[in-house]
Design a binder for this molecule. Structure first.
Ligand code: SF4
Length: 468
C-alpha cells in the first residue's frame, strides 16, 4: 500500500472542506423527521393498502424484511445503536415470542407467503441468539413469508460470538451473506472502545465464510476512534486488504456523548483530531482503491466482481435502510424493537424500548410509534437524491415525466447551488442532466444535501436565529 508517496485519490484539502457530517440518506426524508402522529393505525392502513393493491391486480410486489435483535453481551463504547446489554440469554425466548406475534399480525393483513427477496438480521447482536434460537427465528420467517430461492439473506456477525461451526449453521439456515463488525485491529484501540477481538479470529471467520460458500462477506470499520492514529489505522486498512472481504464499509465515528450514553466512557482526550481523521480517511481510500476495490459511494467499497460493484458499473444500484443494495426499491417490513419499515409512500418505526414493544404486541397491536407519510415534494426529492446517490446522474426528463414537474423551474435554487460544486469538480451540469464526476462520488452526500428540503430549512432557521 502506498501512503503519501503519490497523489492521493482525493485531496486532503477537499476532504477537509466537504466531508462534514450529514445524513447518510438510507431514506429520504431521514428518520429524524418521523413524527408520533404516525402510529399503529396509520401503519396498518399502509399495510392494508399494499394487500389491497396486490389483490386488485397489481400482484404482490417483492418485499424486503429486516429483523432487529437488540441484545449484546457487552457494550462497545462507541455504540450509537438501539441495544440491550445483558448476559442473560433467557431473554431470547420471550423476544422470539414477541417477534412471532408481530409476524402473525402482518400475516393476518397480508396473507401468508408474500414473496421476500431480501432478508437481513441486524442488531444489537443477531448472533446473541444461539443456533437453536436462530433456527426457530428462520422457521418462523419461512413459515410466514415466501423467501425466494435467489433472495439475499444476510446477517451481522459479531466475531466474538462466532466460530466456523456457527457460520456453517448459518449457511445451513439459508444465509448467503455475512457482515463482520471489525472496526479496528489495533489492540490499544480495541481496549479503548471495549471491544477486544484478535485479527486471527476474524481471519479464521473470513476464510471459513469463503470455504463454506457465502456469496459475499462484508467487514465494517470505523475511523476516528480513541487511540487511533493515522499510522495505526493505515495498518488496519492494510490488514483488511490482506483479508480481502468482498465488501468494506468504512464509517466515521461521531462523538456525541450527550446523545449516546456508552460514549461517555470514551476519554475525549484520546480521540484523534479532525485533521488526523481526514488523513485516516484519505489513506483508507488510497489503500482500498490501491488494493483493487471499487468505491461504491458513501462509505462502501467492493471488489470489482462483487454484485455491488457490478451494479454500480451498470447503473443498477439502489439504496435502502441497510445502505447500498442491488435489490430494486421495494416495501420493507421492519420487525423487532426500534425496526424501521417502508410501505408505499410511508416510513414507520417500532417502539424503541422492549417494554413498549412488548406492551403493544401483548395487546395484539402493531408496535409502531413513529413514522411519516411522504408528501409529493418528499417523493420528488427522494427520486432526485436516490438518482444522485445510486446512478450518479439525474436525467431531468425522467424526473419530469414521473412527477409532472418542470425540473429547471422547480429546482432553480438547487441548480444555482450546484454551480459551486461544479467549480470544485464534483458535478457536471448538462442542459438536460446532472452528472456526478468520479471525484464527486466521494462527496455524493454533500451533493444530495443540496436537494434535502428539510435540511436546508433547518439551516435557514439556524442562520436566521444566529443573525437576529
Ligand atoms: S456496537 Fe454493536 S455490538 Fe457493540 S454494543 Fe453496539 S450494538 Fe452491541
Amino acid at each position: 500500500m502506498h501512503l503519501a508517496t503519490h497523489e492521493p485519490v482525493v485531496s486532503i484539502d477537499l476532504l477537509r472542506r466537504l466531508d462534514g457530517p450529514g445524513p447518510r440518506y438510507t431514506s429520504y426524508p431521514t428518520a429524524d423527521r418521523f413524527v408520533e402522529a404516525f402510529g399503529a393505525v396509520q401503519y396498518e392502513r399502509a399495510l392494508r393498502a399494499r394487500a389491497e393493491g396486490a389483490a386488485g391486480g397489481a400482484g404482490a410486489a417483492a418485499l424486503s424484511v429486516y429483523v432487529h435483535i437488540p441484545f449484546c453481551e457487552s457494550v462497545c463504547y462507541y455504540c450509537a445503536c438501539n441495544k440491550v446489554v445483558t448476559r442473560d440469554h433467557t431473554r431470547s425466548g420471550p423476544y422470539l415470542d414477541a417477534l412471532e406475534r408481530e409476524i402473525a399480525l402482518h400475516v393476518a393483513v397480508l396473507g401468508a407467503r408474500q414473496p421476500v427477496t431480501q432478508l437481513h438480521l441486524g442488531g444489537g447482536t443477531p448472533t446473541f441468539f444461539n443456533d437453536a434460537e436462530l433456527t426457530r427465528l428462520m422457521q418462523m420467517l419461512r413459515g410466514a413469508f415466501g423467501i425466494t430461492a435467489s433472495a439475499e439473506v444476510s446477517i451481522e456477525v459479531d466475531p466474538r460470538t462466532a466460530d466456523p461451526q456457527r457460520l456453517q449453521h448459518l449457511r445451513d439456515l439459508g444465509f448467503n451473506r455475512l457482515s463482520f463488525g471489525v472496526q479496528d485491529f489495533d489492540p490499544a484501540v480495541q481496549r479503548a472502545v471495549h471491544r477486544v477481538q484478535s485479527e486471527e479470529s476474524v481471519r479464521e471467520l473470513v476464510v471459513a465464510a469463503r470455504e463454506i460458500g457465502f456469496r459475499s462477506t462484508n467487514v465494517d470499520l470505523i475511523y476516528g476512534l480513541p487511540q487511533q492514529t493515522a499510522d495505526s489505522f493505515a495498518r488496519t486498512v492494510q490488514q483488511v486488504c490482506q483479508l480481502r472481504p468482498d465488501r468494506i464499509a468504512l464509517y466515521a465515528y461521531a462523538h456525541l456523548p450527550q446523545r449516546f450514553k456508552p460514549q461517555r466512557r470514551i476519554d475525549a482526550a484520546l480521540l484523534p483530531l479532525a485533521s488526523q481523521k481526514i488523513t485516516m480517511l484519505s489513506q483508507a481510500i488510497d489503500g482500498f482503491v490501491g488494493a483493487g476495490y471499487t468505491y461504491i459511494g458513501m462509505d462502501h467499497f467492493a471488489l470489482p466482481d462483487d454484485s455491488l460493484a457490478i451494479a454500480k458499473r451498470q447503473g443498477r444500484l439502489h439504496r435502502n435502510f441497510q445502505g447500498y443494495s442491488t435489490q430494486p426499491d421495494c416495501d420493507l417490513i421492519g420487525l423487532g424493537v426500534s425496526a424501521i419499515g417502508r410501505l408505499g409512500a410511508t416510513y414507520s418505526q417500532n417502539a424503541k424500548t422492549l417494554e413498549d414493544y412488548n406492551d403493544a404486541l401483548n395487546q395484539r397491536q402493531f408496535p409502531t410509534v413513529r413514522g411519516m407519510e411522504l408528501t409529493r415534494d418528499d417523493l420528488l426529492r427522494r427520486s432526485v437524491i436516490m438518482a444522485l446517490m445510486c446512478q450518479g446522474r439525474v436525467e431531468f426528463e425522467s424526473i419530469e415525466v414521473a412527477h409532472l414537474i418542470d425540473f429547471r423551474e422547480t429546482f432553480g435554487a438547487e441548480l444555482g447551488t450546484l454551480v459551486n460544486l461544479q467549480a470544485s469538480g464534483l458535478v457536471e451540469l448538462h442542459p438536460d442532466a446532472i452528472e456526478v464526476t468520479a471525484l464527486g462520488w466521494y462527496f455524493v452526500r454533500s451533493i444530495a444535501m443540496v436537494f434535502d428540503r428539510h435540511l436546508q430549512a433547518d439551516r435557514a432557521r439556524e442562520h436566521f436565529s444566529r443573525v437576529i
